[in-house]
Every structure is written in C-alpha cells, then in structure tokens.
Design a binder for this molecule. Structure first.
Ligand code: PEP
Ligand code: MG
Length: 370
C-alpha cells in the first residue's frame, strides 16, 4: 500500500539532490557502516578513522610496537599488522566501490592505546611486595608507558606527530591501503582510496609524511605493475593550519576541516569535557546559546574555515575541500559550509538524509556566510 508520507519524503529528497551543490559523504570505518551510509545516499566516505583497528586483539601487536627495543622486533609487529589493515581497507573499499573513500592515517590520543599505567604499576609493586620477581613483560611495559606518559594527551603525540616519530607506522598503513586498492582492482572493482594526514600544524610535517607516502605508493605500483596513485590530503583542524592554509595547499590535494578539534583548539575548550560544570552555566547565562561543538561558531571557528578556504584555493585553484567534524551533519552548519564554498560535508551515516535535504535548502536559500 503506498504511504503518502514516504512518498513526500522521497520527492523532497529527490528535489534536494537535484538542486544541491554540496556533496554529502559519511564518516564510517567498517564495511557495515559504509554499506549503511550508501543506503542513506552517501556519495563516498569523507572520514574513515583507523584508530579502532588497533584495539581489541590487536593491542598485543601495538604493545610489541611500543616495546620494540630493536628494529627487528618492531618490524615484526608492523608486518603482523599489515595484512589485518589490508583486510580492513579492502572491505570498506568494496562496500564503497566506485566512490571516494578518505582513509585517515592513525590519529590516537596516545593514552587510549597504552596499557593502563596504574594497573601495571600495581601489578609490578604487588609482585615485588610478595617477594617474587615481577613479570619481565610488565616491567618493560611500565617503563615504556612511564616514558610516554603525557599530562595532556589531546595536545600530545597525536596524529601526524605519531606518524613522524614512530618508524614504519605510516609506511605500514599506506602499504595496506595501496595493496587493498590492488586487491580490489584484481577483483574487478573500482576502488577510490584517498589518504588523509591528521593534525597538521605546519606544511613541513605534511612534506615529510608525503615523502614516505609517495615512496610506498611508488613501491607498490612497481610490485603490482599498475599505477596506484591515491590523492593525498590533510585535515585542517588546528588554528595554525587554517592560518597557513596557503602554504599547506602546496602539499595537499584536498583539505578536510576537522571542526571538532578546530573548535576545541580555537575556544580552548576540552571536547572531552563538554559536560563540565562551566559549560552548562555558559549556556544558562547566554555566553553562547548553542554549544559550539554542535553548531559551527561562525564568528570564530567559521572565520578560520573561511580564511583557509580562501587561501587554500588561492594557492591551488580548484582545491577540493570538505568537512568531516560533527558539524558536517548539523543543519545550520550545513548552510554555512555551502555558503563558504566547500565541496562536500561528511557526517555519521544516520545524518546523511538530513544533510542532503539541508544542502538542497541551502542552495535554494543562497544562504550567506556572515
Ligand atoms: C575533527 O577533529 O573534527 C575530526 C573529524 O577528527 P576526530 O574527531 O577524529 O578528532
Ligand atoms: Mg580531529
């Protein structure tokens, strides 16, 4: 039996898709989420986070990487991770066959990956107190964790910083992506992987990572006998990156605005503590009427986005740009991203239909950025 409401929504969606200029992608990091996003009309993946791929059973391999006293031990851990990552990427590229999939290199706050420091210390101390020798693995792990401890992990060894100091990590991930592309092509698919570098502050970081990325892509291309040339771009999610976007654009084939971190670092508010007491008091007192983590703060964060769009495109005409922070699925923010000239928004799969509708409305409104 035809349902008039379903029919009306379908017609509205069709109309919005017909007029919108903004593309709509989804943030997804499993084949299941990618398939769901596709059913909701996503035109690609704007952010595939790779952090979860290092948890669970794979923690032992990450520990081995952290602990590796010698290059051979570390290389063995990376070799064990490579086929697992290749499988991760191959599944997602398969689910999004023919559409772009932006895969972000590992961006952990380090504390989420390290074993719990307290737990380890208690284990070692208990064994000593009982007069026995503590487990050698625990002692080495505790020593490594103590050395790597940070008071502010969200401002610490995250994103590109980890990629630049952990030998072999970027190469392993890029090889896994490139080999997954080759695998999908052999299976008759049309994989479109893009490689994204997180938490860039300066173009120098991007230049260094790109050298490694380009080398690995060239190696895999030679081994496979086919060109594997994934576009390489960067997140713009720190104020310094936004303000130096013209320089960064020299090394980036695309930008994706990480408005979660950009909001955190522009306001100086911890994104993990938005429930903190002062935050609701600020809402009550009207310092702001809506959380800047929900709706883009046009006067501050939005200004940085505008500057980066303008300078990025001046340095590299036609530079492809999107947003993959939570704001990408917020209706009011979608209007802003349209007005500022982004090419696409990327949001959680369930918000894709709303983003499509709002992108259509924004095109019809011709909404201003101010
Ligand atoms: C962001 O910072 O907006 C972003 C998309 O990255 P993450 O949320 O993973 O830090
Ligand atoms: Mg971020």
């Amino acid at each position: 039996r035809p349902d008039p409401l379903v029919d009306a929504v379908a017609r509205a969606m069709e109309h919005a898709d017909g007029v919108r200029r903004l593309g709509v992608r989804a943030n997804a990091d499993t084949p299941e989420d990618a398939a769901r996003a596709r059913r909701f009309g996503a035109e690609g993946i704007g952010l595939c986070r790779t952090e979860h791929m290092f948890l669970g059973d794979r923690r032992r391999l990450v520990e081995a990487m952290i602990l590796a006293d010698d290059d051979a031990e570390r290389d063995r851990a990376l070799e064990a991770l490579l086929p697992l990552q290749r499988r991760d990427f191959s599944g997602i590229l398969d689910a999004m066959d023919g559409l772009p999939v932006t895969i972000r290199l590992l961006d952990p706050p380090l504390h989420e990956f390290l074993p719990d420091r307290m737990e380890l210390a208690v284990r070692v101390a208990t064994a000593e107190a009982q007069g026995g020798a503590p487990d050698d693995h625990d002692v080495r792990l505790l020593d490594a964790v103590n050395r790597m401890h940070e008071e502010n992990p969200m401002l610490g060894l995250r994103g590109v910083r980890l990629g630049l100091v952990a030998p072999g990590l970027v190469a392993m991930q890029v090889r896994a992506i490139a080999e997954a592309v080759v695998e999908r092509r052999h299976a008759g698919g049309d994989p479109r992987a893009e490689i994204m570098v997180p938490l860039i502050d300066t173009v120098e970081e991007l230049r260094l990572v790109r050298e490694e990325v380009d080398r690995v892509l060239a190696d895999v291309s030679a081994e496979a006998g086919m060109p594997v040339d994934c576009p390489v771009g960067t997140m713009i999610e720190l104020p310094r990156a936004a303000l130096t976007a013209g320089l960064i654009a020299e090394e980036a084939e695309f930008f994706s605005f990480g408005t979660n971190d950009l909001t955190q670092t522009t306001w100086g508010f911890s994104r993990d503590d938005v429930e903190a007491a002062f935050f609701s008091a600020y809402l009550d007192k009207g310092v702001f009427t809506v959380s800047p983590f929900e709706t883009i703060d046009r006067k501050g964060v939005g200004r940085l986005v505008e500057i980066a769009v303008k300078e990025g495109r001046a340095a590299r005409p036609g530079l492809h740009m999107g947003v993959c922070g939570e704001h990408g699925g917020d209706p009011e923010s979608v209007h802003f991203f349209h007005a500022v000239g982004l090419d696409y928004v990327s949001c959680s799969p369930f918000r894709v239909p709303v983003a499509r509708l709002e992108a259509g409305r924004a095109a019809l409104d011709g909404a201003g950025a101010g």
